[in-house]
Design a protein around this ligand. Structure first.
Ligand code: ADP
Ligand code: ZN
Length: 735
C-alpha cells in the first residue's frame, strides 16, 4: 500500500519540497518549519536567515523529524544560508540539553550561541597592493622611496606602504594608475596569534608537579572527566592549569577558560602571554561589537585556539574544543539570572560530557556542590595546600566590635586604624573592603522617621555623595539628594545611616590626610577606567584603597600587606541557607589579596559575631571543618546538592495578580511523591520596577524529575497573560 502511494506521488505530484526545522530567537517551545529553496543543500546546524512575520531573522537549522501539519507549499522559504561553519552535532545537543534543563525556550538558548550577526558572513578581504615589476614613467625621489620599500614583492596596504615609505598616499595612487603596483586582496589578519605551548618552559615546583601530572594523565587518556583544583590563593593553581592548556594545544584542540571578571583581569591576559607568547581571545560583554563578531567567527573557524571569557563564552561555537577551565568555580557571577537562568560552571560540565572532553574546576574556596561531587567520587580533587615558595598567608585576626568600637560617627575600630597607619608608614598598601557602593545605604528623617525608598522598588535609596544623588541599586532610579523631608517638610534634619565605601573614604581621609586614598567601585565608570585604576593600585599609586568586591577578585597587588574587612557580618543576616558559604568564600578571597609577594601581611575582620562558625573558620584557616559542618547541615535539611530546588517567580503589575497567578500554579501542580511546593510568598525583592513579585519554591529529592514536574505545572496552570510574567530558575543561587 505504501509503495503504491509513493509511486503515485512520484508520478503525479510535483516534486515535494524539502522542509527543515529552524530555531529562531523566539520564546517558542519548538523549532519552526521552513521550506528549502530548490537547488539548495542545507544540513542541520547551518545558520540561516528566515522570514518571521514582517521581519527577517537569523536562525539555525535544527535536528529532528519535522512534524508539521502545514502544507509544505504554504511554508515560507529560507532566504539565505550564511557562509560560516554550522553548529556541530555536539553543540546542538548541548543547546537542547540546556533548554530542557533550564526550562527555557530552545530559541532563546540558541540565540545565546548566535550573538554576533555580522560574524556569519566571511570577513571581507583587505585591499592591498603588490609591486608588479614595472618602472614608473618618471622616477621622482618620492617614487624611488616607495619602490625601495616594496621591491621585495610582498603585499602592503596602501596606507601601510605610504607610511613606511614616508610619502603621501597620492604618490602611491599615481603609481597604481601607471600599473607599477597591482591590486591584491589580503585575508583579514587573525585577532590573536596562535599560542605556543612551548613558548615558556613549564616551571612547576613540589606539589604543583603532582597536581599537574594528575590532570595531564586524564588529558592524555582523553574523554570526559572533572578535576577540581582546590588550593589556597597563591598556591599556583593558575600555573598548574596552564600545563593542562599546553597539553590540549599540543593535541591540536581548542581551550576555553571561564573567569568571573575577565573584563577586569588584564593581569591574567599578560600572564597567559608570558607563558604562551600571545594573548588568548577575549570574550565578554564589554567588547566592541565588531570585535565580538570577529572572535565568534575565528573561534568557529578554529583560528582562535584559546578563549578567556565570561560565562557567555560557553555558548561560542568552537571548531574543536578539548578542555574547559572554570576558574573561581564557586563564584556567583557564573550564574546568569536573566531570560535563560543557567550556571556556567554546571553547564560547562554538561558541554564537556556531551563532547567527551575533560573539565578543570579551580577555586581556593570550592563550592559545596563541587566538594560533594568530589566526596561522591564524581570529580577528582587535586589539592595544593600551601602558597608557592612558602609565601605566608596573611595573619588573620577578628576585631570584636563590641569591645573595640569605633569613635562616635565612625566605622573603623582603633585597632584597624592603627594597622592602616603602620602599613602606610612602611610604604605598603592597605585595602579596606566593604561591599557597598555609595555613601550610605539608607537616609532617614530625624523628625518623622521617614525613610527614602525607591518609588518603583522595595529597596532603600542609597546616597551617593560624590554625585549628590540618592539612587536605587535595583532599577537605577535617582534624584538629587534632598535637603528636606518630603513627609514632614523639615529642613536639614536628614541623616545618613550606615556606611558605604564613600563614607569610609571620608573617615580615612580624616585620619590620614596625607595618604593617597582611592575608592574603587563600579561607580567609577566603565571597564576602561576600572582597569586603569586597578593598574594604578598594582603600581603602588595609592596607599589606602577602599573598595567593593571589584578589588577582591583575582588581582595581584604586590604592595598590599593589610586587608581590613569593615563589616564581615554583612552577608550573614539575610536568611539565605547559602549565606555562610558565600561569606566564607568572599572573606577568604578578599583577605587573600594580602601578602601575595611574600611580605608579611595582616588581615583584620571587624565583626559583631566573633563566635560565628564562618569567622572561626576564617581565622583558624581550617576550611575543612567549616565545609564538613555546611555539608552535614545541607544533607540534614535536604538542601542542594542533596535535594533539588526550582524557584518560580511570578511578577505582575498588581500584588493581587502576582499572588493569584502563583496560587493558580500551585493548585495546578501534579502530585508527586518526594516533591513539595513552598509558597507562594512574597519574593525576597517584593517589588522591582513597579512589578510585584511572588515566589514558589519547588523542593525535590536528588533524583526527582523537577523539570517534568514544573513543566506539567506550567502547562496545567493558569495561562500567562500579557501583564503577568513567570520566571523559572532551576538551582537558584539563594533559597
Ligand atoms: P593561584 O592561581 O593559586 O592564586 P598563581 O598560579 O597565581 O596561584 O601563583 C601565585 C604566584 O606565584 C604567581 O605570581 C605565580 O607567578 C607564582 N608562582 C606560582 N608557582 C610558581 C612556580 N612554580 N615558579 C615560579 N613562580 C610561581
Ligand atoms: Zn528602584
Amino acid at each position: 500500500k505504501d509503495d503504491s502511494k509513493s509511486l503515485f506521488g512520484e508520478l503525479f505530484e510535483t516534486p515535494r519540497r524539502r522542509v527543515v526545522p529552524v530555531l529562531v530567537p523566539m520564546p517558542a517551545p519548538t523549532a519552526y518549519s521552513y521550506a528549502v529553496p530548490d537547488g539548495l543543500t542545507i544540513e542541520p546546524g547551518a545558520i540561516v536567515q528566515v522570514p518571521l512575520g514582517p521581519r527577517q531573522v537569523i536562525g539555525v537549522v535544527w535536528d529532528g523529524a519535522n512534524e508539521t501539519s502545514v502544507d509544505p507549499k504554504k511554508l515560507r522559504e529560507i532566504t539565505k544560508v550564511f557562509d560560516c561553519p554550522p553548529l556541530d552535532q555536539d553543540m546542538r545537543t548541548f543547546l537542547d540539553w540546556v533548554a530542557a534543563y533550564t526550562l527555557s525556550p530552545p530559541g532563546y538558548v540558541a540565540r545565546m550561541a548566535l550573538r554576533a550577526p555580522a560574524a556569519f558572513d566571511p570577513e571581507p578581504m583587505i585591499e592591498g597592493l603588490r609591486y608588479a615589476g614595472y618602472q614608473p614613467e618618471r622616477l621622482t625621489p618620492a617614487r624611488q622611496k616607495v619602490l625601495e620599500m616594496a621591491s621585495d614583492g610582498l603585499s602592503w596596504t596602501k596606507s601601510g606602504l605610504a607610511h613606511a615609505s614616508g610619502v603621501s598616499a597620492s604618490v602611491i595612487d599615481g603609481l597604481v594608475k601607471q600599473g607599477v603596483f597591482e591590486q591584491v586582496f589580503l585575508p583579514p589578519p587573525p585577532l590573536v596569534a596562535a599560542p605556543d605551548p612551548d613558548y615558556a618552559e613549564s616551571r612547576l615546583a613540589g606539589p604543583q608537579k603532582e597536581a599537574a601530572e594528575e590532570i595531564l594523565d586524564s588529558l592524555r587518556k582523553g574523554g570526559f572527566a572533572v578535576s577540581l583544583i582546590d588550593g589556597v590563593t597563591g598556591s599556583g593553581k593558575t600555573e598548574v592549569y596552564f600545563e593542562a592548556i599546553a597539553e590540549t594545544l599540543k593535541q591540536g584542540k581548542q581551550v576555553l577558560i571561564l573567569l568571573p571578571e575577565i573584563a577586569l583581569t588584564a593581569n591574567f591576559l599578560e600572564r597567559f602571554q608570558d607563558r604562551f607568547g600571545s594573548k588568548p581571545g577575549e570574550w565578554h560583554s564589554d567588547l566592541a561589537t565588531r570585535t565580538r563578531e570577529k572572535v565568534w567567527r575565528q573561534v568557529a573557524t578554529g583560528e582562535i585556539r584559546v578563549v578567556a571569557g565570561a560565562r557567555s563564552a560557553l555558548f561560542l561555537p568552537f571548531e574543536n574544543l578539548g578542555l574547559i577551565i572554570v576558574d573561581e568555580e564557586h563564584d556567583p557571577a557564573f550564574k546568569q539570572e536573566d531570560r535563560v537562568f543557567y550556571n556556567a560552571r554546571d553547564m560547562a560540565v554538561v558541554r564537556a560530557r556531551i563532547a567527551n572532553f575533560p573539565v578543570v574546576l579551580v577555586s581556593a574556596t570550592p563550592s559545596v556542590e563541587s566538594q560533594v561531587n568530589c566526596i561522591a567520587g564524581r570529580y577528582t580533587r587535586i589539592h595544593l595546600p600551601t602558597r608557592f615558595a612558602d609565601a605566608a598567608m596573611p595573619d588573620l585576626h577578628l576585631i570584636d566590635m563590641r569591645r573595640a568600637p569605633p569613635e562616635r560617627g565612625g566605622f573603623l575600630s582603633p585597632i584597624l586604624l592603627r594597622s592602616v597607619g603602620k602599613a602606610v608608614e612602611r610604604g605598603e598598601q592597605a585595602l579596606l573592603f566593604l561591599n557597598r557602593r555609595g555613601y550610605a545605604p539608607l537616609t532617614l528623617c530625624r523628625v518623622c522617621g521617614h525613610r527614602f525608598q525607591c518609588p518603583q522598588c522595595s529597596s532603600w535609596l542609597v546616597e551617593h555623595r560624590f554625585r549628590g544623588q540618592i539612587q536605587c541599586h535595583q532599577c537605577g532610579y535617582h534624584e538629587p539628594t534632598p535637603n528636606s523631608c518630603p513627609e514632614c517638610g523639615t529642613l536639614d534634619h536628614l541623616v545618613a545611616c550606615g556606611p558605604g565605601v564613600e563614607r569610609i573614604a571620608e573617615e580615612v581621609e580624616k585620619h590620614f590626610p596625607d595618604a593617597r586614598t582611592l575608592v574603587l567601585s563600579s561607580d567609577i565608570g566603565g571597564v576602561k577606567r576600572l582597569r586603569l585604576e586597578l593598574e594604578a593600585i598594582a603600581n603602588g599609586e595609592a596607599d589606602i584603597v577602599i573598595g567593593t568586591q571589584l578589588v577582591a577578585k583575582g588581582h595581584n597587588f604586590p604592595l598590599m600587606t593589610l586587608v581590613g574587612i569593615i563589616d564581615a557580618d554583612i552577608g550573614l543576616s539575610n536568611g539565605d541557607p547559602r549565606a555562610a558559604e558565600r561569606t566564607f568564600q568572599l572573606l577568604s578571597q578578599v583577605t587573600g589579596r594580602a601578602g601575595r609577594t611574600g611580605r608579611k601581611s595582616l588581615g583584620l575582620l571587624q565583626t559583631f559575631q566573633p563566635q560565628h562558625p564562618v569567622m572561626q573558620a576564617i581565622i583558624s584557616g581550617d576550611a575543612s571543618a567549616f565545609y564538613e559542618r555546611e555539608i552535614t547541615e545541607r544533607e540534614r535539611a535536604q538542601l542542594p546538592p542533596f535535594g533539588r530546588l526550582v524557584s518560580i517567580i511570578v511578577s505582575a503589575d498588581t500584588r493581587a495578580d502576582a499572588e493569584g497567578h502563583a496560587r493558580g500554579l500551585r493548585q495546578a501542580a501534579p502530585h508527586e511523591s518526594g516533591i513539595m511546593i513552598l509558597g507562594p510568598a512574597e519574593a525576597p525583592l517584593a517589588l522591582i520596577r513597579g512589578r510585584h513579585r511572588f515566589r514558589l519554591l519547588v523542593h525535590g529529592r536528588r533524583n526527582s524529575d523537577m523539570q517534568a514536574f514544573v513543566r506539567s505545572m506550567l502547562e496545567r496552570g493558569p495561562k500567562e497573560r500579557r501583564s503577568i510574567q513567570v520566571q523559572v530558575d532551576v538551582d537558584p543561587q539563594s533559597f
